[in-house]
Design a protein around this ligand. Structure first.
Ligand code: AMP
Length: 446
């Protein structure tokens, strides 16, 4: 079996890796790290929980050590773009952890917090900037940061960024980054829009993928309860009284729904907190901290807010409403049964959600067993639908939850820069060339 030592990472990076207790590289790390050390562009198909952050962070830090350069005011050498504040913070934390033995400045910028401090922090420049696209563009337009010195660009959870309507922002950002950079794109899924993005912005990328979390799905015990929509609050209260619950993550489809569930649980004496896009950063941080330290065992989240959050020890995932995109189901249940532990994922399915359940079952190639209603719940289950009868897709905007991106926040396109000038394979960085970019200004260690 290959070890981290076989990968040939710089000793200062290795020192941090050892200290963090990582013994063997994960599959995505084994596949990606040698290619990235060789300066290749990379298209990585991997989900959260696979170790993808280290897969891109470790070789990037190795590069900064091998090619040291002075920080320049208002500039960054590495840019990581991520869809949500939570993911951005988590990536930045990983970079800081992995770079603890080198002189590397890591900064994070995202919306929803005051911009002035971010402007001040960026004035001296940074080595690694982790950003959400909208706030980064604000900072660029305020001339708080320039993208002209970027040598490594990493797009993380690119499918999610596209779902959230960031495509124009991404194009505007990439248009300002030198073409002789190294570009890495990570995505959990590979829809056509992602391959188009990769064709446009990556230069002969090496493609690596690791098994989707359906392998994780095998370790998760899954169950479904058929229940009238109006009975879901009571059922949730009963399910959450299970003493085996250590940490439960409950998914709702809407932000409003998440708040309603919290209020209902609190009225039953169950401590719960919600994270979603309408919560302030400090509210989200507080909720996550309480969930992580165990003072609050139940976290209610929307899909977007929960993406990319790495919380260990989640024993139960409850799909209060099931998602209409099967991959989202796989993402959700993958939150439990991490690190070889078992987990239970329970889905509440109302009559008009049956179609989506069948769709999920097709994707995961297994039928989800029906669970009994917990004792003491003052509700009764709906009869189990006959699996041989095809469920009909709900119609209309409210019943039909399908149709386009549920998160489809449309963002103003602004003046679109055609394609960032990257199309047509004009960018030709021969291996190692970008590593030479800064040699002339290698004056101090990174
Ligand atoms: P990620 O997929 O990047 O969110 O990583 C998931 C979790 O795995 C994080 O908590 C990492 O700290 C951890 N991790 C990443 N690589 C390794 C490794 N090689 N050995 C053990 N844990 C790891």
């Amino acid at each position: 079996m290959k070890t981290f030592t076989d990968l040939g990472l710089h000793k200062l990076v290795m020192k941090a890796v050892n200290e963090l207790g990582y013994e063997t590289p994960t599959p995505i790390q084994l596949k990606a790290i040698p290619q990235l050390l060789d300066d290749k562009d990379l298209l990585g198909i991997a989900q959260t929980g696979t170790g993808k952050t280290a897969a891109f962070a470790l070789p990037t830090l190795d590069y900064l050590l091998e090619e040291p350069a002075l920080r320049r005011p208002k500039s960054t050498r590495v840019l990581v773009l991520a869809p949500t504040r939570e993911l951005a913070s988590q990536i930045a934390e990983s970079f800081s952890n992995y770079s603890r033995y080198m002189d590397c400045v890591v900064q994070t910028v995202f919306g929803g917090v005051k911009i002035n401090k971010q402007i001040r922090d960026l004035s001296k420049g940074t080595h690694v900037l982790v950003a959400t696209p909208g706030r980064l563009l604000d900072l660029v337009s305020q001339k708080a940061v320039t993208l002209a010195d970027i040598e490594v660009l990493i797009l993380d959870e690119a499918d999610q960024m596209l779902d959230m309507g960031f495509i124009h922002d991404l194009k505007k950002i990439i248009a300002q980054i030198p073409k002789d950079r190294q570009t890495l794109l990570f995505s959990a899924t590979m829809p056509k829009s992602i391959s188009e993005l990769a064709n446009q912005f990556l230069n002969h990328p090496v493609r690596v993928s690791v098994a989707p979390e359906s392998t994780t799905a095998e370790r998760v015990n899954q169950g479904v309860i058929h229940i009238a929509a109006g009975d879901k609050p009571k059922l949730l209260g009963a399910v959450l009284k299970d003493p085996k619950i250590n940490r439960a993550l409950v998914f709702t489809r809407t932000k409003h729904g998440a708040d309603k569930v919290v209020r209902k649980l609190k009225s039953e004496g169950i401590e719960a907190a919600a994270i979603h896009g309408n919560k302030s950063q400090s509210q989200r941080t507080r909720a996550l901290t309480a969930f992580k330290d165990g003072s609050c065992k139940v976290l209610i989240a929307t899909d977007i807010a929960a993406r990319g959050i790495d919380i260990s020890g989640i024993t139960h995932v409850v799909n209060y409403e099931i998602p209409n995109v099967p991959e989202q189901y796989v993402h959700r249940i993958g939150r439990t049964a991490r690190a070889g532990k078992d987990g239970l994922a329970i889905s509440f399915v109302a009559e008009d959600e049956l179609y989506y359940l069948r769709d999920i079952e097709k994707t995961i190639r297994q039928s989800v067993p029906v669970l009994d209603i917990p004792e003491g719940a003052e509700v009764s289950a709906l009869p189990t639908p006959d699996p041989s009868i095809r469920a009909r897709k709900p119609k209309g905007p409210s019943g039909g939850r399908g149709g386009g991106s549920r998160h489809g926040r449309s963002r103003p396109g602004g003046q679109r820069s055609r394609d960032g000038g990257q199309s047509g394979g004009k960018r030709r960085r021969s291996s190692g060339s970008n590593r030479n970019r800064n040699r002339s200004r290698s004056k101090a260690p990174a």
